[in-house]
Write a new protein. Structure first.
Lengths: 194, 846
């Protein structure tokens, strides 16, 4: 137990972090250890190339988008605090915990999870997934299997499905509507973060 | 009325049924008589006499009952059972209360009663051999083949825990508890030892997939609960049989010979049999998948391969004394993805339906015979204590087992199984035919109280299937179990799912932990790299992606709706009308068109249709002088050409629509689907769908649109081409689209008839009817022409023929890769035309 508390002491703003993310101290320590492993040079923050060094990540077709999700626009680094807050999106929703009506919306709420997914598409941050943005994601994910024409028709069709206000782009509201029936909590949660 | 119909059917059923019944009676008679045929005066006897070789004259007709007896009886019984199902399904208010399985059992009672009444003995019953070799395999194969694959594998852990540990728990506890009660004296004097009790416990623990599916399908519980119950019941059968065999061996060995070594052997054999069977199933799945790679040339029997090989996997496992049920289960589950990709879509449908027919058919027979078998005085040995305690224990221990295991599982599950689901899971432990089959093969020499066990099993089956089946639905409603959410197939859903998966794996990688997604991802990687290469043909590999699959499926659905909508309107002729008129047609009309085409072109050349047309439009402008805007005049002028054109159009339709093909072919499916035709339909579907979407989106009155599209049509076709030579047409219009410039004007001609007649009509009339319309009212405007607003609700399919060009813009499949947002473009063109529209319309309607 002693080592746990001593590690905790090293982390800045631990209490705030626990409060804000809902992670248990054990989770925070685990993430902190991982953070230190990733931060090879011990600068206390991570750069995109630190993420790029993760071997397993190389296989991921939307790797770049996910990495850039860690960095707020204009910034080249991410500190531990932000890192944990990003990870907190993937914490499963706990049903047992009593809901405090006064507390702000938790990071792992449905709409926050959706927002995270949305910004993976919306690279220009204009609040809308345009056809080109969608096409890029599709190209990444479908790769060689589908011809460009097919990709485009898939993109068109997808936009039509979701596009309610007929502006040929998917706004966040439309995005949420299109996923109304999907159990986001299930699909955007990682078990070991529970 | 429904009641009357039901009565009539029941009557019919009884008549049909009386035949096997009589036959049965006769059969018994004959059996009694044996080889002595001589002294009988019944009709059958005289007729059998005819068959004796001592004939004096040439018989014209011979009664040969004995030649066909067995297959005839089998066929009649199948018919009878299926008619029973028909009767059960007549009234939905009954089936909504009592599950079909229960009703079938009750029908079985009636039939059994009739047989008993006729024979004074039960001449027909469900023989375990028939059940295990001819009725069960197809049910399991169907269930596993139609298993929602992803759901199954993502919950495989929980399913296995329940199927293996849960079943062992049930078998052990029920056996031990019954034995304890027996020792305590609750059942009187029975000749059953502890091992026999365990054996009984083992056969009692078989949760029957057939009964479970029959009940749960009507209840529509949420999918996780469904897959847990269904998967468990399916695998549990295999485990039960294995367990049963182990205990059966122990019973044969006898109590004193069993030592630690034997017990360890038993445990080892349990695992070897269970996992060996599963492994064999996977091997067969690989074989099937590889076979379907090369069956393209024998498409007719393609589906049969899967059934035969599946059956072989069952028999092979049985031969090797491995678990046959597990083998065929895993065979079905594992091969489904690859064979669905490898085989033609039609073969997949064939397979699916064939399996459904076979499975449902034998399921019906099983339930009916479960009822029939009950009417047999010989099997009933009543022991109230034994029966009641069995029922009590199987329910109690199932609840305990399920709750305990779920408690364990919930510790690690991302989405815990909640308490109501657990209750339903426990309550869903219906026993069925497997338990009965196992009880029926008990050896009377080893187990003196076999009949007691058999009778008890039957009662348990009736109790669970009928009583629990009936109460299940209200129970589920009362508990407010989460029901299945019916979610439509959407591309958004599919694409986002993919994104979520990738995101989760990325996050796991960043955290540096192996989670569920790690396994999924690595399996996917492995599958893509090796498994697909081995098991899928190259074509299927290309289209393997499930986003594309969803896209394709949605399009197919649209195609279907499109045709249906067309049929509703009375004619499918709209499908024919297209820009596919062929060369000589063009040549012929090109001349006629030289006269009045120019003004059309000039009309159109003023408009900007979008980026890729601009240069050519201007080119056209130069060539053609503006002549006239009077559309009515054009109508009158074009009338004869119009008729002519239609005649030609008819001639150049796809040949398949004429009935000049052989309707029967021995080795091929009716080849009505000309690939071109399919593509055409597909393309049109895309257009119509986009068009309807478009109109809904813009709120454009279709009437308006329609009056302008033809014009666009005529200028657009020839124009678009030279403007964009790099454009590719993956769906086969190349010949048309790339036709030489000289042909382009004639193509315009091809469109003209449509345009001229339809401009006023605004989409209500079908091109097929045009000649009639023209001849009957050639000059004056029919009333509907003057009402612009009455066509707002025209189905997309009806609008289609007049809007090909605009739609061509929209149709994503044909859009060039370089063009900008197609929809935006189309919007633009619509917007731009809107103001121009008014004068044109005005003209038309004056």
């Amino acid at each position: 137990m002693g080592s746990t508390s001593s590690t905790l002491l090293k982390i800045p703003n631990v209490e705030e972090l626990v409060q804000e993310t809902g992670f248990s101290p054990a989770h925070i320590i685990r993430l902190y250890d991982r953070f230190k492993v990733l931060d090879k040079e011990g600068r206390g923050h991570l750069c995109p190339k630190d993420f790029g060094a993760i071997k397993e990540l190389a296989m991921n077709p939307i790797r770049d988008r996910i990495i850039s999700a860690f960095f707020s626009p204009g910034k080249e680094t991410v500190d531990f605090y932000t890192f944990v807050k990003i990870m907190a999106h993937f914490r499963p929703v706990d049903k047992d915990r009593p809901k405090d009506p006064n507390s702000p919306e938790p990071i792992n709420s449905r709409s926050n999870k959706l927002k995270f997914a949305f910004q993976l598409y919306d690279q220009d941050k204009d609040g809308k997934i345009s056809r080109d943005e969608l096409l890029k994601v599709l190209r990444d994910m479908l790769g060689m299997q589908v011809t460009e024409e097919q990709l485009e028709s898939i993109a068109d069709r997808t936009i039509q499905e979701a596009d309610l206000d007929r502006d040929d782009a998917i706004s966040f509201e439309e995005f949420r509507k299109s996923l109304e029936k999907v159990n986001i909590d299930h699909k955007m949660s990682i078990r070991f973060l529970r | 009325m429904a009641l009357l119909r039901q009565c009539a059917l029941l009557l019919a059923l009884l008549i049909v049924f009386s035949t096997p019944c009589k036959v049965a009676a006769l059969e018994v008679d004959i059996a009694e008589v044996g080889s002595n045929y001589s002294s009988k005066s019944t009709a059958t006897e005289t007729s059998t006499n005819v068959t004796t070789p001592t004939i004096t004259t040439l018989p014209i007709v011979i009664w040969k009952w004995h030649h066909v007896e067995t297959p005839y009886l089998v066929a009649l019984w199948i018919l009878t059972c299926w008619l029973c199902k028909l009767v059960c399904e007549l009234n939905h208010s009954i089936t909504s209360v009592i599950p079909e399985s229960g009703l079938l059992i009750m029908m079985g009672f009636i039939l059994g009663g009739i047989v008993w009444g006729a024979d004074q003995a039960q001449t027909f019953k469900l023989l375990p051999v028939n059940f295990f070799y001819y009725l069960l395999p197809q049910i399991v194969l169907d269930a596993s083949y139609c298993m929602p694959n992803k759901l199954f594998f993502s919950n495989l852990g929980a399913i296995l825990v329940h199927a293996v540990i849960g079943t062992c728990w049930n078998a052990g506890t029920v056996g031990v508890a019954l034995w304890a009660c027996y020792e305590w004296g609750a059942m009187g004097n029975l000749n059953i030892g502890p091992l026999q009790f365990l054996l009984f416990g083992a056969l009692m623990s078989a949760v029957d997939p057939v009964a479970v599916i029959a009940v749960f399908e009507e209840v529509h519980v949420n999918e996780v609960l469904y897959i847990l119950v269904f998967g468990e019941s399916l695998l549990n059968d295999g485990v039960t049989v294995v367990l049963y065999n182990v205990f059966d061996a122990f019973v044969s060995l006898g109590g004193p010979k069993i030592n630690a070594e034997e017990i360890i052997k038993g445990i080892i054999s349990f695992f070897v049999v269970a996992f060996g069977g599963s492994f064999l199933g996977v091997v067969f799945a690989i074989l099937i998948s590889m076979l379907t790679r090369v069956t393209k040339n024998v498409q007719v029997i393609e589906a049969g391969f899967i059934i035969v090989l599946g059956y072989l996997s069952y028999l092979t496992a049985e031969m090797l004394s491995l678990s046959a049920i597990l083998s065929i289960t895993f065979c079905g589950v594992c091969c489904q993805k690859y064979i669905n990709a490898n085989m033609d879509e039609k073969s997949v449908t064939t397979l699916r339906y064939t399996l459904k027919v076979m499975a449902n058919g034998s399921e019906t027979m099983i339930f009916v015979f479960l009822g029939v078998s009950a009417i047999d005085r010989n099997i009933w040995v009543w022991n109230t204590g034994f029966i009641l305690l069995t029922i009590l224990f199987i329910i109690v221990f199932r609840f305990m087992g399920v709750f305990f295991l779920n408690w364990l599982l919930n510790k690690t599950r991302l989405i815990p199984i909640d308490i109501t689901d657990q209750i339903v899971m426990s309550y869903g432990g219906l026993r069925g035919a497997v338990a009965y089959g196992l009880a029926a093969i008990l050896d009377e020499k080893k187990i003196p109280e076999k009949n007691l066990m058999l009778g008890t099993t039957l009662i348990v089956v009736y109790f669970t299937v009928v009583l629990q089946g009936i109460t299940m639905k209200p129970f589920v409603q009362w508990l407010k179990v989460k029901k299945a959410t019916i979610s439509d197939l959407t591309l958004n859903g599919k694409i986002n799912n993919r994104t979520f998966e990738h995101t989760l794996t990325a996050m796991e990688d960043i955290c540096g932990r192996m989670g569920d997604n790690w396994w999924t991802r690595h399996w996917k990687h492995f599958e893509e790299k090796y498994v697909c290469w081995l098991l899928m043909n190259s074509d299927a590999r290309k289209h393997n992606d499930n986003i594309f699959g969803a896209f394709h499926k949605l399009n197919l659905e649209d195609a279907k709706n499109y045709v249906t909508a067309g049929e509703k309107k009375g004619s499918l002729a709209f499908i024919r009308n297209d820009d596919n008129a062929s060369v000589d047609f063009k040549k012929k009309l090109a001349l006629d068109y030289a006269n009045f085409m120019p003004d059309m072109m000039s009309d159109m050349s003023e408009y900007d249709f979008g980026i890729d047309n601009v240069p050519v439009v201007s080119g056209m402008k130069n060539q053609i002088p503006s002549v006239s805007l009077d559309i009515h005049e054009q109508d009158r002028k074009s009338m004869p050409d119009d008729l002519n054109a239609h005649h030609l159009l008819e001639q150049h339709l796809y040949k398949s629509r004429r009935f000049n093909r052989p309707t029967y072919s021995r080795s091929h499916y009716k080849s009505s689907e000309n690939p071109d035709e399919m593509q055409e339909i597909f393309q049109r579907t895309m257009r119509s769908r986009l068009e309807s979407f478009k109109s809904a989106k813009m709120g454009v009155n279709p009437a308006k649109k329609l009056s302008k599209h033809p014009k666009k049509d005529s200028s657009h076709k020839p124009n678009g081409k030279p403007a964009d030579p790099n454009r590719t047409y993956p769906y086969g219009d190349e010949d048309f689209e790339y036709s030489a410039d000289s042909a382009s004007s004639s193509e315009i001609a091809g469109h003209f008839p449509r345009r001229s007649t339809n401009t006023p009509g605004a989409g209500v009339d079908n091109p097929a009817f045009i000649p009639e319309v023209d001849t009957s009212a050639p000059m004056r405007n029919p009333p509907w022409q003057t009402e612009p607003g009455n066509n707002t609700a025209v189905a997309p399919s009806q609008r289609l023929p007049w809007t090909p060009t605009n739609l061509r813009h929209l149709a994503p499949l044909r859009r060039s890769a370089r063009s900008a947002d197609s929809i935006a473009m189309a919007d633009a063109s619509v917007d731009e035309e809107a103001p121009e529209e008014k004068p044109g319309k005005h003209n038309t309607r004056l």
